[in-house]
Design a protein around this ligand. Structure first.
Ligand code: THG
Length: 369
């Protein structure tokens, strides 16, 4: 295999922390929302064990914010998600499928309600800003839609609580999962949420003041020494074991939220109006024809860089593997697959072919753990 690097440019944006993580030995990047997102610091397996035991600081500035502000902000946000936000509260985060008129998944962001007329959509990798602008223009909504200069630092891992307490005070530990509030660092207030794209616990700091953010970055490593803090990034194995979905990998615009296991977030029986409500009602009544499931495969290594066809014992193509990696916990490869009806039952045996070698496996429920 050839070795290559991602060529940087204005279009492939750096983050305020890029120079820091390059000094700290980042070994690969992916591109996420037109921005550099670190993908490894050494091997994914080393990063996995460290994340589960200690604490990591992640440059996840690529999780961009789409700010929706103005008189019709709440109406626009509700228009693009199938989750009923009518009882949502300021100071809370909401995981919300964004869907189009056909029920196709546009994105699966965390939505922060900053005020009744001010929201942040913390997006996965697709151009939600353009989609929201199109809807707002078509509906003549009075809103401003823009990408503010917010650059998230995620603090993840079991020791994240101790580390954050030392910097921001004991109160930060009182925050509930998916709550957020403002906490002061050296005279500057930062929005901090109890959230993050791992299930090892932690926080996300929505840095608006770049200068203070860099000072905070350095402070986290200084204070974090005794907790064995390391720079890190979203970890393929940990997020698979935890059942966290990756837009563009596991799910996409050709999937609807019912096929992706978001049933509880599809509130077609509520009063609220949203795009794709009729489409989703119809899909619900007719039943889905494919479904996202876990798979376990009897091998110790796999690299999924495109969809891999999945077959049953009679060589019928029954679906596709969309992500996968070796799990030290299960001692086999675990993956996320889109399987056709009726092959998504957990008793289903599967086969995949990689480089002319056949591997056997089984369908299982999500999340794995
Ligand atoms: N944090 C922030 N922005 C993000 C992500 C994030 N944007 C991109 C991407 N991640 C969006 N996708 C997800 C997917 C899952 C979760 C968060 C963002 C998640 N899920 C929990 C779970 O599945 O257990 C909780 C869901 C819930 O309680 O509703 O956290 O990570 N800022």
């Amino acid at each position: 295999m050839s070795n290559f690097v991602i060529a940087k440019s204005r279009r492939v944006r750096s983050t305020p922390y890029t120079s820091r993580i390059e000094m700290q030995g980042v070994t690969s990047y992916t591109v996420y929302n037109h921005m550099l997102l670190p993908a490894s610091f050494g091997t994914v397996e080393e990063n996995y064990f460290h994340l589960k035991e200690h604490v990591q600081v992640w440059d996840v500035a690529g999780e961009r914010q789409v700010e929706i502000k103005g008189k019709d902000a709440a109406e626009l946000v509700q228009m693009i998600t199938c989750r009923d936000l009518s009882k949502s509260k300021v100071g809370r985060c909401y995981y919300c499928p964004i869907i189009d008129d056909k029920g196709g998944l546009i994105n699966d962001p965390v939505i922060l309600k900053l005020a009744e007329d001010r929201w942040w959509i913390s997006i996965a990798d697709s151009d939600v800003k353009l989609f929201a602008k199109g809807i707002a223009i078509g509906k003549n909504f009075q809103v401003e839609i823009f990408e503010p200069d917010v650059n998230i630092l995620a603090i993840q891992g079991p020791k994240s609580f101790k580390l954050m307490e030392e910097i921001f005070g004991k109160e930060i530990s009182d925050m509930k999962f998916f709550g957020f509030d403002y906490f002061e660092f050296e005279g500057v207030k930062h929005l901090i949420a109890r959230s993050g794209w791992s299930k090892q616990g932690g926080y996300e700091i929505y840095v608006e003041d770049r200068k203070s953010g860099l000072a905070l970055y350095d402070k986290l490593f200084e204070v974090g020494k005794k907790y064995d803090v390391k720079p890190g990034c979203p970890n393929l194995i940990e997020r698979l074991e935890s059942g966290l979905l990756s837009y563009g990998n596991d799910i996409d615009i050709d999937d609807n939220p019912l096929e992706c296991g978001f049933d509880k977030l599809v509130n077609t029986d509520s009063e609220v109006e949203f795009l794709g409500k009729e489409a989703l009602k119809k899909i619900k009544s007719e039943g889905i024809k494919k479904k996202l499931m876990g798979v376990k495969i009897d091998t110790n290594a796999i690299s999924v860089t495109k969809s891999i066809s999945i077959f049953d014992e009679n060589n019928n193509e029954i679906g596709e593997l969309r992500s996968g990696g070796y799990s030290p916990h299960f001692k086999k490869v675990i993956g996320i697959a889109m399987l056709k009806k009726p092959y998504w039952e957990t008793s289903q045996n599967i086969k995949i072919s990689i480089n002319n070698k056949i591997f056997n496996g089984k369908v299982c429920d999500l999340p794995f753990i």
